[in-house]
Design a protein around this ligand. Structure first.
Ligand code: VG1
Ligand code: CO
Length: 544
């Protein structure tokens, strides 16, 4: 078994963020960079005897080379078997499913999710553990520490790998299986939802499009929507995964899906539109008129109506949302008499709750929704859930949302991002903000006064893992909330995210919330002194 050992000068910037390690593609392609991070993973979670590793990614530039490197390094580390998606493709939820379905020890997912790809874009590596979920922070911190102290990395040089041919070969002592990335995932989806009902809906003249954004979901959506559910050819747009995502930004956001949004507006608007992101874990749901369902509403609606769907007919054990996500799900949980957990941003915080059976559904404001069917958020799952609900309830997207608001009230929501900040000033801004929380109560700004302000800290109720400094939240009267935090997925500089949320009771649910959110936005700038401290007159991206 020829194993080559390469000396490495350790890198000092391999601390994983909200979701894996993300850097510019060029950084990742520097000699030894990818290898050092992968070696640190393999040393911090060494393979058990006979262990299997899952490998795949979102199809972005450098993904194939990286997949071969990971396979060879896993072989050198002693993995008995590696299953890699054909063409180095696996969506994040499909990888999570494979870990669980095959009893694998973990998965290496080559993706920077919604960040643009290509030689001038970003690359990323996520590591998921035996539960199928993102590595907990204790492990990612250990990997970071290891990466800084690494002496060498090891690679198996024996054997050939043809990522395009299904079947099994040997790389040193390791069996390497190139598998179809779609089937197991599509089978799982078919086991969860009422496919005959969705097929009936699609055969009834209901018209839809799914925008795969030239990222990983194309093959999955084509199999599920067009082949298994009978939607007409062309229902899936931008269906071919491309290394540069066709020059687009694989982020399911109205701004990045102009073709889909055009199909959803005008006199001939379709009934349903949806999109996913680079690695297939996010979802955007759109109704006619370009009506984008707010992700917080989506989680609340799925929770309220879960029992209409076969997989969740027995009801939900509980629900969780990340802290900045609108509190709409909390209202549903109260009505259902189940727990609602508030966790830090990032899917890893939901995993222990799902493993312990405490929650069935969970979601984030960043277009992420999921359930305990895997341990990742899942874009196509959310789309199928919506289609199943529309079929079961016999109404359109807007009607379903209106019904929900009429029953529970509405948590109007907007996110404002200040992108491209320098790291130092952005961190100083957060420090200054934390410094003014103690005497914030009672402070008035515009129509709002501060009820309470804190820096969110979390203790996992299952395993006791803790996280401090997870974002500043300001609770206001009348009932509204502002959250400030720095993004943990960028590959350079800093992004401040400001999350705005205000409650409209059922009788006002249909009102235009823009004025309320504008007032809240002004309060968010005044409270934190955004203009003076960051020198920004306005956010660079507004969502919602
Ligand atoms: C963002 C989102 C967060 C999400 C994360 C990973 O993180 O806000 O909700 O879990 O991306 O999503 P941040 O730290 O930039 O706010 V993905 O689709 O990368 O796997
Ligand atoms: Co993603």
């Amino acid at each position: 078994m020829p194993i080559a050992v390469h000396a490495v000068t350790p890198f000092d910037d391999q601390r994983p963020g909200t979701s894996g390690l993300r850097k510019s593609t060029r950084r990742f392609m520097q000699p030894g960079y990818l290898q050092a991070f992968v070696q640190a993973i393999l040393e911090c979670d060494p393979p058990d005897p006979g262990a299997t590793l899952i490998v795949g990614g979102d199809g972005r530039f450098f993904g194939r080379e990286a997949a071969e490197t990971v396979v060879r390094m896993a072989a050198a580390a002693g993995y008995a078997r590696v299953k890699v998606g054909r063409g180095a493709l696996l969506s994040t939820p499909a990888a999570s499913n494979l870990v669980r379905a095959t009893g694998a020890q973990g998965a290496v997912i080559l993706s920077a999710s919604h960040n643009p790809g290509g030689p001038d874009g970003d690359f990323g590596v996520k590591y998921n553990t035996a539960s199928g979920g993102p590595a907990p922070e204790s492990l990612t911190e250990a990997i970071f520490a290891r990466s800084k102290a690494l002496a060498d990395w090891r690679v198996e040089t024996d054997g050939e790998i043809d990522l395009d041919r299904l079947g099994e070969t040997r790389v040193g002592g390791c069996a390497v299986e190139v598998i179809d990335p779609v089937t197991a995932y599509a089978d799982l989806m078919e086991s969860l939802f009422d496919f005959p009902a969705i097929r009936g809906l699609l055969a009834s003249g209901f018209r839809m499009r799914f925008d795969a954004m030239h990222a990983v979901t194309g093959p999955y959506a084509t199999e599920l929507l067009e082949r298994r559910l009978g939607a007409p050819a062309g229902t899936v747009m931008n269906a071919t995964p491309l290394p540069d995502f066709g020059g687009g930004h694989p982020d399911p956001h109205p701004e990045h899906a102009p073709g889909l949004m055009a199909a959803m507006t005008g006199p001939d608007a379709l009934d349903f539109g949806a999109a996913s992101d680079g690695d297939g874990d996010r979802n955007m749901i759109v109704g006619p008129g370009g009506f984008v369902v707010s992700p917080g509403d989506s989680l609340a609606i799925l929770t309220a109506l879960a029992d209409r769907v076969p997989a969740y007919a027995g009801g939900v054990a509980g629900v969780a949302r990340s802290m900045p996500t609108a509190r709409a799900a909390d209202r549903v949980a109260r009505a259902l008499g189940v727990d609602c957990f508030e966790t830090p941003t990032g899917w890893k915080w939901f995993v222990s709750l799902m493993d312990a059976g405490r929650i069935t559904l969970c979601g984030e404001e960043s277009f992420g929704t999921g359930s305990n069917h895997v341990r990742e958020k899942d874009g196509l799952w959310a789309v199928l859930f919506w289609l199943n609900l529309l079929a079961a309830e016999g109404v359109g997207v807007r009607e379903l949302v209106m019904r929900h608001w009429t029953r529970f009230g509405r948590d109007a929501y907007r996110r404002e991002d200040y992108e491209g900040l320098e790291t130092g000033p952005a961190e100083a801004f957060m420090q200054a903000l934390r410094g003014r929380l103690d005497d914030a109560a009672g402070r008035a700004s515009g129509p709002f006064s501060v009820v309470r302000a804190d820096d969110f800290a979390y203790v996992d109720p299952v395993d006791g893992a803790g996280a401090a400094g997870q974002g500043v939240r300001v609770m206001l009267s009348p009932d509204a909330r502002i959250t400030y935090r720095l993004s943990g997925t960028g590959s350079s500089g800093a992004t401040l995210r400001v999350y705005l949320e205000t409650y409209l009771p059922p009788e006002r649910a249909d009102a235009d919330a823009a004025a309320d959110l504008d007032a809240l936005s002004a309060t968010s700038r005044a409270f934190a002194d955004v203009g003076d401290l960051l020198g920004r007159e306005a956010p660079s991206v507004v969502t919602g």
